[in-house]
Ligand binder design. Structure first.
Ligand code: ADP
Ligand code: MG
Length: 707
């Protein structure tokens, strides 16, 4: 007898849509919580309806006609014995028209409007009258096209019945319960099962406000669970890393590290010393470092990176330094080369440089140097993590402006370490400090070092808001700066929709400024040059322009945001940002950080325009206000988080990783504290429960959080 061929699994569009929402398992569906609710538990008499109420009525159709004025619409009059109401539909199927024939008795639900002609409802939902009324509020779920509410409701209902909802929290640890060892007292939490069945089908007498603002005990329970899952998964990742092996890199007496310190043209700041020691301590461990170095623009992160690189190279290993843009990589290259190359050469070691725009021949040479191990220091852009790049002995990877890189790229860099199943140490640097609550939640698996002190001799940058109409005054100001031998940046905005427009804009500004400044003189008579830099220029041309500006032969650099990060020209004392209202807050702050790096008094002019609108939008105003009011990177970051919310703030780190869905870091700080205290205890004392909890909440997605 032949076996029947296995039935092909068929996937309906609705099932596909479920998968698209990430709703694979019963528990995923059970944790897919309603956005809001509809009250279908009651029938309201039309005579009792107040305007603006969303109600359910039961009534008989007394008239039904299609009208064509002012546009095609179906007008249905219904009467429930207490009053009448007009139902209006602008789009309708013949089948619906039939169901609304005169004499039909229907149950309709919608928002009631008053008016001249009496009560009306626009596009109410409706069905035939009769049937039992539900006893709970009807949930409305977040959904996507192709996944009707009714299907989703049924799927959730089924999943709730099947899912394993047993408690994963060790009983005495529930916040608010007696015997709770933590000092935090929260209102007693409901069990997970109770909370979920309630949130999917709340009793009609619940105070809706407590569901909407998530303060209801059932919501508290879910938020606590979610935060705990996040803390547990990050702690798991951290502990897993502690079991991995990495080369222990110890600085030698009289080694490269000390030699570098001796040739630096300045003494380290206290903060740089402290942070360098923190990093050195990590590098000396046989487990991979996973450290974030945060420090405001200009705080001197590059030299800290160079010192770490020196320790690594001195121990006989390779170090890779990756930057998001070619210009920035180039700057690192120049600085680090200037410091390190004279020290490396006597040891027979070299520096390699990798970018996307490199000539094939040069690239091949570089790849060979890296593979043979002759290149001890490798600097570049994303090109560093491409498959073709094979390191002989990579032990330290440094990523500058880490938020510009995605999770996948960071994972790729870690996998570059092939020697004896070891991993490289990872140092991530950022000029966008992470506010405390975010550091405690999303970055709980990282060690954080902070450069909280700027090198001496900096002058605070004065920030001015100037309306577009006063452009001429700004140009006068540029002239004055040039006359004193100072240099100026002029940044044109990125135009989201079109890179081409972007370019036109920068080119026009460049032409206009060249003309306006034609007579200006710099450095006692040498002709002033206004240069242009934009992202579409060939790399060699970019380098040439940057070299002129860095060398002081160019007075004004007009550019798109390519100079955003890391460029260092201490003689520049004025930064003009055109259409400042279009920039993000941290971007503005980074741009401003390009000036105030030398001894001269520096200024940042935020040129803004309101376009057609009478005034700026609310968030644009909040951003510009923050810029004028503070120069402190931490304060800027805090305000930025406030303005944008964590989703956008986190950017690339979270691509693919789940953001908090229910908890709100600003409002649920006490729950976060509770979760932070409980997570290590739970991992130690109830590892199986911890694992079950993480699986339940994050499923297969926890992997991503490890990068
Ligand atoms: P960022 O943290 O923005 O990357 P950089 O590393 O580019 O800052 O440093 C900014 C400038 O400060 C550079 O010109 C650098 O050489 C200089 N610098 C760094 N550390 C010190 C210090 N301790 N004393 C004086 N100047 C320093
Ligand atoms: Mg930098």
């Amino acid at each position: 007898m032949l076996d029947a061929p296995p039935a092909k699994p068929t996937t309906s569009p609705a099932q596909k849509a479920l998968l698209k929402l990430g709703l694979r398992r019963d528990i995923d569906l059970a944790l897919h919580l309603p956005l809001r609710y509809e009250d279908e538990t009651r029938i309201v008499r039309l005579a009792d309806v107040r305007e603006g109420d969303t109600v359910q009525i039961e009534a008989t159709v007394t008239a039904c006609e299609v009208s064509f004025r002012p546009r095609r619409q179906l007008l249905v009059t219904v009467d429930d014995g207490s009053d009448t109401c007009l139902l209006r539909f602008f789009s309708f199927y013949p089948s619906q028209q039939k169901a609304l024939a005169v004499g039909a008795r229907i149950r309709a639900r919608g928002e009631v409007r008053g008016g001249f002609g009496g009560l009306t409802m626009m596009h109410p939902s409706f069905r035939a009258a009769g049937g039992e009324l539900p006893t709970a509020l009807t949930p409305v779920y977040p959904t996507v096209a192709g996944l009707p509410q009714a299907y989703l409701r049924k799927a959730v209902l089924g999943a709730l019945a099947h899912a394993d909802l047993s408690d994963t929290l060790p009983a005495p640890e529930l916040p608010g319960s007696s015997g709770n060892s933590s000092k935090i007292s929260l209102q007693p939490l409901w069990s997970l099962r109770e909370s979920l069945s309630f949130l999917h089908h709340p009793a009609p007498d619940v105070a809706l406000a407590t569901l909407e603002d998530h303060s209801h005990p059932a919501w508290q329970r879910l938020k606590a669970e979610e935060l705990l899952a996040q803390q547990l998964s990050q702690l798991q990742a951290k502990r897993a890393r502690e079991h991995l092996r990495a080369p222990a890199l110890r600085p030698r007496r009289g080694g490269l590290h000390e030699k570098l310190l001796a040739v630096l043209p300045f003494a380290l700041t206290g903060a740089q010393c402290r942070v360098s020691e923190e990093i050195a301590r990590d590098l000396a461990q046989p487990a991979p470092m996973h450290r974030l170095l945060q420090g405001d623009v200009g705080s001197g992160k590059t030299v800290v990176a160079a010192l770490a690189a020196a320790i690594c190279i001195d121990a006989g290993w390779q170090c890779a330094l990756m930057a998001p843009t070619e210009i920035l990589a180039e700057q690192h290259f120049r600085k680090l080369i200037g410091w390190l190359e004279p020290l490396l050469a006597p040891l027979g070691l070299r520096t390699a440089w990798l970018t996307g725009s490199q000539k094939a021949k040069e690239r091949r040479e570089m790849l060979a140097l890296i593979e043979s191990g002759e290149a001890a220091l490798v600097i570049g852009t994303h090109a560093v993590i491409q498959d073709k790049v094979v390191f002989k002995r990579l032990a330290l990877a440094i990523i500058d402006e880490q938020h510009r890189f995605g999770v996948a790229q960071r994972l790729a860099l870690r996998s570059k370490m092939t020697a004896d199943a070891q991993e490289p140490h990872l140092l991530m640097m950022t000029a966008t400090p992470i506010p405390r609550t975010l550091a405690m939640s999303y970055y709980a698996d990282l060690e954080v070092s902070t450069l909280d002190e700027l090198p001496p001799g900096r002058t605070p940058v004065v920030t001015k808001l100037v309306h577009e109409s006063r452009r001429d005054e700004v140009i006068e100001r540029i002239r004055a700066q040039l006359a004193q031998g100072r240099q100026v940046y002029w940044v044109c905005p990125l135009i989201e929709e079109s890179e081409a427009l972007d370019l036109v804009n920068a080119t026009q500004t460049h032409a206009a400024l060249s003309e306006a400044l034609a007579g200006a003189r710099m450095n006692g008579g040498k002709a002033t040059m206004v240069g242009l830099l934009h992202s579409r220029m060939p790399a060699a041309e970019k380098r040439a322009v940057m070299a002129l500006f860095t060398g002081g032969q160019m007075g004004v650099l007009v550019s798109t945001t390519v100079i955003e990060v890391g460029v260092d020209v201490p003689n520049a004392s004025l930064m003009v940002i055109e259409h400042a209202e279009r920039f993000g807050l941290s971007q503005l702050h980074q741009l401003r950080g390009r000036v105030g790096r030398g001894a001269a008094a520096s200024a940042c002019v935020l040129l803004y325009s309101t376009g057609e609108a009478p005034r700026l939008g609310e968030t644009a105003r909040a951003r510009l206000k923050a810029m004028v009011e503070t120069g402190d990177g931490f304060e800027i970051a805090r305000r930025d988080l406030e303005i944008r919310g964590p989703g956008e703030f986190l950017g690339a780190r979270q691509s693919g990783a789940p953001l908090l869905r229910f908890a709100d870091l600003a409002l649920d700080a006490d729950l976060l504290d509770w979760a932070r205290q409980l997570a290590p205890q739970m991992l130690d004392q109830h590892p199986e429960l911890a694992e079950k909890h993480v699986q339940r909440w994050l499923g297969g997605r926890a992997e991503y959080l490890k990068a």
